[in-house]
Design a binder for this molecule. Structure first.
Ligand code: AQP
Length: 334
């Protein structure tokens, strides 16, 4: 029996991924690729909804792909490709936009938040149709599951609605995917503002642990992470968000349970705990960073791997798109 399909992706919105992307997504993807026929995309078309310098976007795209591979996504096992290399994404997005209600798209909370934050003049139509492109990404591959953070749940719900609507109106063309929502314990917060999600586009760099940071810089950021005045290493997300965040990072990277780590550091103060965590982080990311930098040293080979994977993705995506065009009555080119 063939494996069930999985789709997920990240935006190439920075030179490096951050530790939240690693713990919240890449570590899970690495495990899931064993049991799923997985499609992992670098969603560069989505990244165009923000202002970008063209040569920087190219570099960020390669860097994101290199970090996927360095973190353990195997291009021979999973289909790891760049979204814009597979033309069917943009084409299916157009098709789906014609069955998406204006009101329905207007209700997406991410669009409401971002457009409010940027103001009307800096809000482009691409930001509005972002969830429709995301639906196209997922539906092209007849995806069974989509692992996402809870902030993306509404977009996967829209994807399901669009798949069901299309299937009912024109005949079955899409599998209806299921979102698999990331556990709260896999959510990483900013080291300086431990109630805000760690993010690639954070305003300040001090609270973000970058995968490609030099190890000494990561250790320094951990030693300076915000804690509290209590002095005991104890998990309490409400009262002690800083320490709790560090405990979650520690547990995720070592595979240990939080109570065991609390016991180890009982009565030892935050200095020792932070030093211990810095060692864990450096040990985990040292080899990932080194591998990513090696891959980036040979961009031609990386581009070749991405092209071969895009060709694999094309096969599945083109078949879905051809079926959709037929069902909608578009005249086939002979
Ligand atoms: N802090 C986080 N904790 C756990 N998981 C996280 N992810 C992101 N931040 C954390 C997960 O990483 C993937 C990245 O998806 P994305 O690049 O499309 O955008 P995002 O979720 O908005 O991530 P960032 O880093 O905050 O990027 P920017 O700043 O560009 O918006 C997703 O699976 C996400 O859940």
């Amino acid at each position: 029996m063939s494996k069930p399909r999985l789709y997920s992706g990240m935006q190439p919105s920075a030179d490096s991924l951050q530790i939240g992307n690693y713990i919240g997504a890449l570590m899970q993807w690495r495990d899931l690729q064993e049991t799923y026929d997985a499609y992992f995309s670098v969603v560069d078309l989505h990244a165009l909804t923000q202002p970008n310098d063209p040569s920087e976007l190219r570099e960020k795209t390669r860097r994101t792909a290199a970090q996927y591979i360095a973190a353990g996504i195997e291009p021979s096992k999973s289909t790891l490709y760049v979204q814009s290399h597979v033309r069917a994404h943009a084409e299916l997005a157009w098709i789906l936009s014609t069955i998406t209600g204006f009101g329905e798209a207007s209700r997406m909370t991410q669009f409401k938040d971002k457009s409010q934050r940027y103001g009307a003049d800096a809000t482009n139509v691409g930001l509005f149709t972002y969830p429709v492109l995301m639906a196209a990404d997922i539906l092209l591959y007849q995806t069974d599951i989509v692992p996402v953070g809870d902030d993306q749940k509404q977009h996967v719900e829209l994807t399901r609605d669009l798949a069901e609507r299309f299937n009912a109106r024109y005949g079955d063309a899409f599998r209806v995917p299921i979102p698999v929502i990331q556990q709260d314990t896999a959510r990483i917060y900013d080291l300086q503002m431990p109630t805000a999600k760690m993010s690639k586009s954070a305003e300040s760099d001090a609270g973000v642990l970058w995968l490609l940071d030099d190890p000494a810089a990561s250790a320094k950021k951990i030693m300076r992470a915000v804690t509290d005045s209590e002095g005991s290493v104890r998990y309490d997300r409400e009262a002690k968000p800083g320490v709790s965040n560090l405990l979650v990072i520690y547990a995720a990277l070592t595979g240990r349970q939080i109570p065991a780590i609390e016991d180890e550091y009982a009565g030892r103060g935050y200095g020792d705990f932070k030093k211990g965590l810095a060692e864990v982080v450096v040990e985990e990311f040292g080899p990932v960073r080194q591998r990513a930098l090696e891959l980036l040293d040979d961009p031609a080979e990386l581009d070749r791997v991405l092209a071969a994977n895009a060709a694999r993705a094309d096969e599945v995506a083109d078949a879905t798109l051809a079926d959709v065009y037929d069902k909608m009555g578009l005249l086939r080119r002979v």
